[in-house]
Design a protein around this ligand. Structure first.
Ligand SMILES: [Zn+2]
Length: 389
């Protein structure tokens, strides 16, 4: 652990890409999408398909995503207002179709810290990969002639760009470090390329290239994930996520909406329905509250049964009257309250599937332990319920 990072930079040995997530045809298609539209010579990621490696020249491309598959950020930067954090994280969550970025409330929970360094060194922000976290240089910015909203949009698009690097996405211009498109004078609209608020007055919009690059990067994480696979379906060619003025909206298909809140879309927070579910795996009930198409599920108590390897269905919500099912598989973490000194306190995953199953899966390290433990777990899901119920 360093002052600004709990999770070190990662790449697979030799930069190899995990191959069992996509078919050969799908992997080829992902790399061909990254060739680009405006500039079509972005062949930098072709080695993912031809050599099955994720490299920039001879060097492995790195990411900062931990074993749990969610990049967790602690924000100390004056560039990122608290009110914008959810929208910044949601940009990548929407592109992924699942939660992959989250702002957390303590340094301990985080993979890395976003923090400011004073002095104008000509660099706006940087992802360090060396234990120094995500660094912002406020004194290097000289855009005071823009409106406050334009300034903040530019600042936060830069943060979204740097988070993209943390996820393992490179500059998307082709050639070593993505410089080819710039040399050819043909930039695309990728925020993972040279991006300016003048070219993007309506905010930062994701492109298919970024979605395909994220899908590829997810194959190189500690725990590889299938992300943004909607990009493989040609009928989704116009789908995008858009960050603008502290709100992220998305036209990415509903079936892949992530398990995160877009607060602007919610109404009637005072109107909540409450549900309880019995589970004989725990000594207390599962509680669910439904507000405007969002369900939060919480579980706390002692386990009453042994858990074996793999997923354990502890309850099914399919037949619960008035409780809609989640649109996509939603997950949260199981915390061991009895032993907070255990690795991050996280000892497993809680999942809620669109078929209604609520599932627990405990880490191998936990299973080896014989003591009685008190657990806490929760998750938040978007449902198919009309927000105006
Ligand atoms: Zn960059």
């Amino acid at each position: 652990m360093t002052q600004f990072a709990n999770t070190g930079a990662f790449s697979n040995l030799g930069g190899v890409v995990t191959l069992n997530v996509y078919s050969d045809t799908e992997l080829k298609k992902l790399t061909s999408i990254t060739h680009g539209t405006q500039y079509t010579g972005n062949t930098d990621l072709d080695r993912v398909y031809t050599e099955h490696v994720y490299k920039n020249g001879p060097a492995n491309r790195l990411n900062l995503v931990g074993q749990d598959g969610v990049l967790k950020l602690y924000n100390q930067s004056k560039f990122i207002p608290k009110e914008a954090e959810t929208a910044v994280a949601n940009f990548w969550n929407y592109v992924a179709g699942e939660e992959i970025v989250r702002f957390v409330n303590t340094v301990q929970e985080s993979d890395e810290v976003i923090h400011d360094i004073s002095g104008d060194n000509g660099v706006l922000a940087a992802q360090t990969y060396d234990g120094n976290g995500l660094v912002v240089y406020p004194d290097s910015w000289h855009i005071d002639d823009l409106s406050k909203e334009q300034q903040e949009n530019w600042h936060l698009t830069t943060i979204i760009h740097e988070i993209g690097h943390g996820l393992g996405i490179p500059h998307l211009g082709g050639g070593v470090d993505g410089a080819n498109a710039g040399k050819a004078g043909k930039f695309g609209n990728e925020l993972m390329g040279p991006w300016s608020v003048f070219d993007n007055p309506d905010g930062a919009k994701s492109t298919l290239i970024e979605a395909a690059a994220l899908a590829i990067a997810g194959l190189t994480w500690r725990n590889p994930r299938r992300l943004a696979s909607w990009v493989l379906d040609d009928k989704n060619q116009k789908a995008y996520a858009l960050y603008n003025k502290r709100v992220t909206t998305s036209t990415i298909p509903m079936s892949t909406l992530p398990s995160v809140l877009d607060v602007k879309a919610l109404k009637d927070w005072g109107k909540a329905k409450l549900f309880t579910l019995d589970t004989d795996y725990f000594d207390s009930k599962i509680y669910l509250s439904l507000q405007s198409g969002v369900v939060s599920l919480s579980l706390a108590g002692y386990m009453t049964k042994d858990v074996l390897d793999g997923d354990f269905v502890i309850a099914n919500t399919k037949s619960v009257k008035g409780l809609p099912l989640p649109l996509a598989t939603t997950r949260g973490f199981i915390i061991d309250v009895t032993r907070p000194e255990s690795k991050n306190g996280v000892i497993g995953v809680l999942r809620w599937y669109p078929n209604g199953n609520i599932v627990v899966n405990f880490n191998a390290s936990f299973k080896a332990s014989e003591n009685r433990h008190y657990f806490d777990a929760g998750l938040t899901a978007v449902t198919n319920l009309n927000p105006n119920f």
